[in-house]
Design a binder for this molecule. Structure first.
Ligand SMILES: Cc1cc2nc3c(=O)[nH]c(=O)nc-3n(C[C@H](O)[C@H](O)[C@H](O)COP(=O)(O)O)c2cc1C
Length: 306
């Protein structure tokens, strides 16, 4: 069963990715899943310099989900190039590097350095992280700023695909999506996590040292499906820009919901912590669904909501 898809000009073996920050740089989960069985892989956010991230505790489980406030803990650009790229080079899955920064220049510098690397299919611009003081979501809530950062990075990506990752924590996500596309984004990725809080009632303090974190997992799935459908109808469909949908995907049924809502591909995040390898099962489940419904091309399913 062929479930290959075209995504912003790249042919993917199937429409399933892992989501940024939930599978490290590829080797961390290699013992649990065959990354090459997936269509794509998104790295943990990379910044110019290494970052330790926020103080702990920085994750807490919730009903049907989790909060994280990792704060871009990552090896930094130089170590990424030296130590991680050689691992990623071996993958047949399309590799997207998630890029983050505290300033516009930082985003541009990271992308400029990586744009000529053959192992990389494209970039996911993180303008939606709720867990850092500077950068992240602060770049992703104002349409003019989103357009500015997207067009600055677009000049640095060369032939690679530029995908912009959107926050759900805005008044109108379609406005932000439009700004990203107008700024030169080739694809949209949504959603990042929802800013949230868990309180320790004995201490009367937030559980996370950062006080707030980003909510992810099955709890956010129906909201994410709604937002993907909204952005598909209001922006992506007319502009011909594909969506990478994420938010609580755990099963093939979840993934197919996102595709019917308008996503051309899906990313699996939090579910990797519960069932590493579920992304590969999702690929198989989508194949079964397509066979059972006589779907010859995944394109027929994208945005087919009645
Ligand atoms: C522990 C953890 C770390 C994450 N780190 C990043 C990150 O570095 N960059 C980013 O753009 N998104 C990051 N995310 C967000 C995910 O990529 C994804 O967009 C979000 O969690 C929704 O999908 P899910 O419900 O399947 O996890 C992280 C999520 C989790 C749970």
């Amino acid at each position: 069963m062929d479930i290959s898809v075209e995504f912003a000009g790249i042919r993917l073996a199937n429409p399933v990715f892992t989501a940024s920050g939930t599978c490290g740089y590829g080797d961390e989960l290699a013992g649990f899943m065959d990354i090459n069985a997936l269509g794509g892989f998104v790295t943990k956010s990379i910044t110019l310099k290494p970052r330790k991230g926020n103080a702990t505790p920085r994750i807490v489980e919730t009903d049907s989900g989790m909060l994280n406030a990792i704060g871009w803990a990552n090896v930094g650009l130089d170590a990424f190039v030296e130590e991680k790229l050689p691992i990623l080079e071996k993958f047949s899955a399309a590799v997207f590097v998630n890029v983050a920064g505290e300033t516009l220049d930082e985003y541009v510098t990271v992308v400029e350095r990586l744009a000529s690397e053959g192992a990389i299919a494209g970039f996911e611009l993180n303008v939606s992280c709720p867990n850092v003081v500077r950068g992240g979501i602060s770049f992703g809530t104002e349409p003019a700023q989103v357009a500015e950062i997207t067009s600055a990075v677009k000049k640095a990506v060369g032939e690679k695909v530029l995908m912009v990752k959107l926050s759900p924590c805005v008044t109108d996500i379609s406005e932000i999506a439009r700004a990203a596309v107008d700024g030169g984004g080739d694809a949209l990725s949504l959603v990042n996590t929802f800013t949230a809080m868990v309180i320790d009632i004995e201490k009367r303090e937030p559980v996370l040292a950062n006080r707030t974190g980003g909510l992810s997992g099955p709890a956010i799935k129906p909201i994410a499906v709604y937002l993907v459908n909204k952005v598909y109808n209001e922006v992506a469909k007319n502009k011909g820009v594909p969506i990478l949908g994420s938010g609580g995907i755990r099963t093939a049924t979840d993934a197919i919901e996102f595709i019917i809502a308008g996503a051309s591909a899906v990313a699996v995040g939090t579910a990797n912590f519960i069932e590493p390898g579920c992304a590969v099962k999702i690929v198989e489940g989508i194949k079964k669904y397509c066979a059972a419904h006589n779907i010859k091309d995944i394109k027929e399913l994208v945005g087919s909501l009645g």
